[in-house]
Design a protein around this ligand. Structure first.
Ligand SMILES: C[S@@+](CC[C@H](N)C(=O)[O-])C[C@H]1O[C@@H](n2cnc3c(N)ncnc32)[C@H](O)[C@@H]1O
Length: 178
């Protein structure tokens, strides 16, 4: 089982709330154990925690984290660091090596300009195609390639709500009342 944490850099509370919340939701839904945010933001913390309470799992969010310290701690624990950037090596050329090398991955995504130290500290700078797009899309594709699609069948423990997949329509099972 892979251990993955997402580090989100450069979040600006006044303009990035929605995108950062989506980064967190993608991280949770596609198999990361938690998200670290370099800026303090209680409202993003609340949104993600609320989703986890309802839909289950142990996903955590920590804000106001110092990125150099977070990277150093992760590496000291034997983890590897993948920085997602359009300037990096194409994901198709490195994903097998990443998967082979470590079961403990920190995935870094930026918002505004990413400090050059991040490129140097990363074990891999990985491009999800060498065109500019979005941190949400880059993270989703990276996690999916890393798990080879298996994360899409994950069950989340201690959920209050669970979807019963339907060909047409919606069914939600209430497992525990709030
Ligand atoms: C909207 S971009 C802005 C990047 C910023 N202009 C810079 O030069 O660092 C925000 C984040 O999306 C991610 N991103 C965007 N396009 C990407 C790509 N093609 N491959 C990997 N990550 C990408 C990166 O993590 C990036 O830091």
């Amino acid at each position: 089982m892979l251990r993955i944490v997402v580090l989100r850099l450069g979040h600006r509370p006044e303009r990035d709330k929605r995108v950062t919340t989506h980064v967190g939701l993608v991280a949770r839904a596609l198999g990361a154990e938690g998200m670290l945010l370099t800026t303090e933001d209680r409202s993003v913390e609340r949104s993600i925690t609320e989703v986890t309470k309802r839909w289950g799992g142990d996903f955590y969010i920590q804000t106001g984290v110092k990125w150099r310290e977070a990277i150093a701690r992760w590496k000291q624990g034997g983890g590897k660091v993948c920085h997602l950037t359009m300037y990096g090596q194409n994901i198709l050329d490195v994903i097998d090596e990443v998967r082979r090398t470590s079961g403990c991955i920190m995935a870094i995504v930026g918002a505004e300009k990413v400090p050059s130290g991040v490129y140097e500290l990363a074990d891999w700078n990985i491009a999800v195609g060498n065109q500019p797009h979005s941190e949400i899309a880059a993270l989703a594709i990276f996690l999916d390639y890393l798990h080879q699609g298996k994360e899409l069948r994950a069950k989340f423990r201690n959920a209050r709500l669970e979807i019963v997949p339907q060909r047409v329509g919606k069914e939600v099972r209430v497992l525990k009342n709030e």
